[in-house]
Design a protein around this ligand. Structure first.
Ligand code: PLP
Length: 381
């Protein structure tokens, strides 16, 4: 039986042509020809002034935090349900992550929990557009403005999503996208940092090139900084994907609608939501099971894997990870973040790769339904 992967890209002849062009021609004086086109087109697509192509979203978040001025003795609020790439850069700059709860519908940062976690040490908040959904941006921006804290948007999973007509990645001081191989738009590995403020942009250009502003004296560095660059082959791949972004996003929404249709008669499963005014691009179709069904995510993923279907666990709350067990406030978050802790044990990401067909989705759903009907069987997991 053919294995169904959990994620994967949609690559066409266009991508192959652009990458071939880059590997053949983007050297010497032409080394940046694809970066310039990719960055300009990406900024225009999202509706930002500036874009910088980078090796990852993690590096983009690192630069954004440095530009926000967050450092030692500062706190940066992050949602408790996300990939550690959101919070790791907080530690890179010497600040402390503070884990706020998520909203029960969007699974993104809860505005009330954000406000409750603000202290005099809070320097910034990183909002995450989880699985392509959008948080309540109006409320979050208003709270951040009132308390004078910077907003950084982790848009890693949300290319093409919208909040009240504005594209994901257009909010706050800076925003970051991921082009990891699992993402809707991929460059294999890669990321993009976006901003509207000229000073923020210039600061990030300086910090990503070993402490040297573009055009400055060669091999003459005025600070110890970072080396965060994307290759021209990746930029070419990204440009080709961006030129196809409408069909990539449409395919993601179609995959979600196939699941929605196939699971319409199934009670006790909640799929990704889409609030009025939000366009969700469903990066990962996610099923939250009712706890009373007796299935944990680990058990269900193992059972699906036996049927040659790869799923992923919903993110473990960051505050539950061994990486953060030394943080006093991780223990506090553990008892306080009831939504993140309530959803995470019972939720899985279903196969959402761009090469999925409706027949694949039906196979996934048939397996899921059969498992749920028969109940959990392997008490060891
Ligand atoms: C929410 C979120 N933030 C950040 C990242 C980091 O992206 P990258 O792997 O490009 O550094 C990811 C990647 O999976 C992510 O899902």
């Amino acid at each position: 039986m053919q294995r169904i992967p959990v994620a994967g890209p949609w690559i066409t002849e266009k991508e192959i042509q652009y990458v071939t062009d880059a590997v053949t021609n983007a050297w010497y004086g032409n080394a940046n020809m694809f970066h310039e086109r990719f960055e300009k087109a990406f900024a225009a697509y999202v509706g930002r002034k500036y874009a910088i192509a980078l090796p990852s979203c993690t590096s983009a978040l690192h630069l954004a935090l440095l530009a926000s001025g967050a450092g030692i003795d500062d706190e940066v609020i992050v949602p408790d349900a996300t990939w550690i790439a959101t919070s790791a850069p907080v530690s890179y700059v010497g600040a402390t992550p503070v884990f706020a709860d998520i909203d029960s519908h969007s699974w993104c940062l809860d505005a009330g929990s954000l406000e409750a976690n603000i202290t005099p040490k809070t320097k910034a908040v990183i909002v995450v557009n989880l699985y392509g959904n959008m948080p309540d941006m109006d409320a979050i921006l208003e709270i951040a403005r009132r308390h004078g804290i910077a907003v950084i948007e982790d848009a890693a999973e949300s290319i093409g999503s919208e909040y009240k007509g504005r594209k994901a990645g257009s909010f706050g001081l800076a925003s970051a996208f991921s082009f990891h191989g699992s993402k809707t738009l991929t460059t294999g590995e890669g990321g993009m940092l976006l901003a509207d403020d000229e000073d923020v942009h210039q600061r990030c250009l300086f910090l990503r090139d070993h402490g040297r502003a573009p055009g400055e004296k060669q091999f003459w560095n005025t600070a110890v900084a970072h080396k965060y660059k994307m290759s021209s082959m990746q930029a070419a791949l990204g440009l080709a994907q961006l030129e196809r972004i409408e069909e990539l996003v449409e395919r993601k929404r179609q995959i979600f609608s196939w699941y929605q249709e196939a699971l319409a008669d199934t009670e006790d499963i909640v799929l990704n939501s889409e609030a009025p005014g939000v366009k969700n691009t469903y990066w990962m179709v996610t099923a939250v099971l009712d706890a009373k069904m007796g299935w944990t995510k680990e058990r269900l993923i193992a059972a699906m894997a036996e049927r040659a279907i790869d799923c992923r666990p919903f993110f473990y709350p960051l505050s539950s990870l061994p990486a953060y067990e030394h943080l006093e406030q991780a223990a506090v978050a553990h008892s306080r973040n009831t939504i993140a802790y309530g959803i995470s044990p019972y939720a899985i990401n279903l196969p959402s790769g761009l090469n999925l067909t409706q027949a694949h989705v039906e196979r996934v759903v048939d397996s899921l339904k059969a498992l749920l009907r028969n109940g959990p069987y392997d008490a060891k997991l």
